[in-house]
Design a protein around this ligand. Structure first.
Ligand code: GLP
Length: 244
């Protein structure tokens, strides 16, 4: 675990880790998050591309999740987020960029297709994650089975309220498609980022609490090759160093 002094330090360390993965294996497969937390990391990666020639052209990207029912061109969709904050700013090969299709006519079939695409790509080399205030990762809400794969999930009321800021006049959608816990845990390496004082309780539960399905992020402690980069203001409730 690394406690970063501030948001910029967290973002820089995360971007270095992603760039290091690319240096080692240019055709790496990534699972990638949305949210406010990784924005600084994406900004750094875009700067590394512009200024240092870091290339993403051979890499494959799978987003962790998408709201059910939202078309790709909806401004609050994770398609739109990724395009605006990352994919349009670097040299990704659009054929190797994947986001679950939230508006797919048959969501269950979309989930199976998505899971198969990750498998066919050889699984993820690095899974980058944020953490929800209730400990969720991707959209695996508290109670998500460790055995879960990509599937349709109902969002908790608290998550819908927190994410309402992205939606004009109302809560976030009721459901989403998310990559599952098993899919995340099968990634060869994982990186969880947490920023902001409002994540302190979730961070403490994930790192100091019991490993349990009630706190999905805690499962990463069983992974073996998971790194936690926590901004200092999000780390203040940690009471012991669990060695993660
Ligand atoms: C969202 C996403 C998660 C993200 C989390 C935290 O609901 N589905 O993948 O990690 O919430 O978001 P933020 O970084 O904005 O706090």
């Amino acid at each position: 675990m690394l406690v970063a002094d501030d948001y910029e330090a967290m973002s820089g360390a995360a971007a270095e880790l992603v760039a290091g993965q690319l240096r080692e294996k240019p055709d790496s497969v990534f699972l990638v998050p949305t949210g406010t937390t990784p924005l600084g990391m994406y900004r750094r990666l875009a700067a590394m591309h512009r200024e240092e020639g870091v290339s993403f052209a051979r890499a494959t990207f799978f987003n962790l999740d998408e709201y059910l029912g939202l078309p790709a061109d909806h401004p609050a969709s994770y398609h739109a987020y990724m395009e605006e904050n990352f994919y349009s700013r670097v040299d990704v090969d659009t054929a190797r960029v994947h986001v679950p299709r939230g508006a797919a006519p048959e969501p269950e079939a979309e989930c199976e297709r998505y899971e198969a695409a990750i498998r066919d790509a050889g699984g993820a080399d690095l899974c980058v994650l944020g953490i929800g205030r209730n400990g969720h990762i991707g959209f695996n809400e508290p109670g998500a089975p460790l055995s879960s794969r990509t599937r349709v999930v109902r969002l908790s009321e608290s998550t819908r309220e927190v994410n309402a800021v992205d939606f004009e006049g109302g809560l976030a959608p009721e459901s989403a498609i998310t990559v599952g816990m098993t899919t995340i845990l099968e990634s060869r390496t994982a990186l969880l980022l947490a920023s902001g004082a409002n994540k302190a309780a979730a961070v403490a539960a994930a790192i100091d609490g019991k490993v349990s399905e009630a706190v999905p992020a805690s499962a990463l402690r069983r992974h073996g090759r998971a790194t936690f980069i926590i901004e200092r203001v999000a780390a203040w409730r940690l009471t012991r160093n669990t060695g993660v």
